[in-house]
Write a protein that binds this ligand. Structure first.
Ligand code: NAD
Length: 289
């Protein structure tokens, strides 16, 4: 039987590289999907032979780049795909609250305010949503090659549970990943695709500026090994789906959605789902909005 095949995005560094290495040690063939051609190629060659790991230069913020990645991974894997870690992420590239209002820099040629840079939303959230969309397509077509069940893990952040006032767009993107996981996970598990996410605390990686790493107290760091504990929990369980797992220090914590505020909200969030489904079934053109 052929080996299972996984994609890890942002696997040239940090959490993605650790997860890719872990998967190879567990018998997976892994595709390193990375924007940086140097670290991506290095990561793939550090993982063993070209049969174990393949580097595909990818910009997850571009749908066509991700679509090509998934096709190439599926074909390299012998027409199967079993795992995806949608992990690539960046912090905010423009501060929402500028220190001073630089009017001439904020206006375009027509005198209109230029949009805020929301690249972190594209990389951290939009790419995760499109990633699951692509993953589902290929998992469904993996049965003949021995697959057909899938595990999708997204990297959110503790900023997706609390807030990071220094990075508001980033915070919004990570809340989005948590919500997306909780909505899609309980549904896709019915066809054998589990969807979970991790919410790391502070892990010393290249995401953090070196000035921060120099001053950050060690007791408030989370080691990469904690991310692998969560990964093992997902890999070992074919039914766990929709879970949000916070990583702090050496522990993993399964975090629940906020409590229902009253019985009415609970009814809307649970019992009313069949009403929505029936109504949507009658208006299929809704998909065209
Ligand atoms: N390190 C932490 O403390 C921490 C905490 C919470 C969440 N996270 C999340 O963990 C994930 C991984 O980050 P990390 O800490 O390992 O950082 P990292 O910078 O070491 O790794 C991120 C990798 O993603 C790649 N990347 C960036 N944009 C990309 C794109 N458009 N397409 C493909 N690859 C791209 C980078 O080149 C880099 O190799 C991110 O989603 C980040 O938001 C990290």
């Amino acid at each position: 039987m052929s080996k299972p095949v996984g994609i890890v995005t942002g696997a040239g560094s940090g959490i993605g590289l650790a997860v890719a290495t872990h998967l190879v040690s567990k018998g997976y063939r892994v595709v390193i999907a990375e924007l940086n051609p140097t670290t991506g190629a290095q990561a793939a060659s550090s993982l063993g032979s070209s049969d174990d790991a393949l580097f595909v230069q990818t910009d997850v913020a571009s749908y066509s780049s991700q679509a090509r990645l998934f096709k190439q991974a599926y074909e390299w894997g012998g027409n199967r795909l079993d795992f995806c870690h949608a992990n690539a992420g960046i912090d905010d590239r423009q501060m929402l609250y500028d220190v001073e209002d630089k009017e001439e820099e904020e206006l375009d040629a027509d005198g209109l305010v230029k949009p805020l840079n929301t690249k972190s939303m594209q990389v951290n959230l939009e790419a995760v949503i499109q990633g699951l969309w692509l993953f589902k397509h290929y998992v469904r077509r993996s049965k003949a090659a021995g697959g057909g069940k899938g595990k999708f893990v997204a990297t959110a952040s503790a900023a997706g549970l609390y807030v990071m006032t220094t990075n508001p767009q980033y915070t919004a993107s990570k809340y989005g990943v948590v919500g997306f996981t909780r909505a899609a996970g309980p549904v896709l598990v019915n066809e054998g695709i589990t969807v979970n996410c991790i919410c790391p605390g502070f892990i010393p990686t290249n995401l953090c500026p070196p000035e921060i790493l120099k001053v950050w107290p060690e007791e408030h760091m989370t080691p990469l090994s904690t991310a692998l504990k969560a990964m093992d929990a997902f890999l070992d369980d074919d039914t766990m789906s929709g879970q949000t797992v916070e990583l702090s220090q050496d522990k993993i914590y399964f975090r629940e959605m906020v409590d229902w505020v009253n019985e009415s909200q609970k009814w809307i969030g649970t019992e009313s789902l069949s009403i929505w489904e029936e109504a949507y079934a009658k208006v299929p053109e809704k998909a065209g909005y």
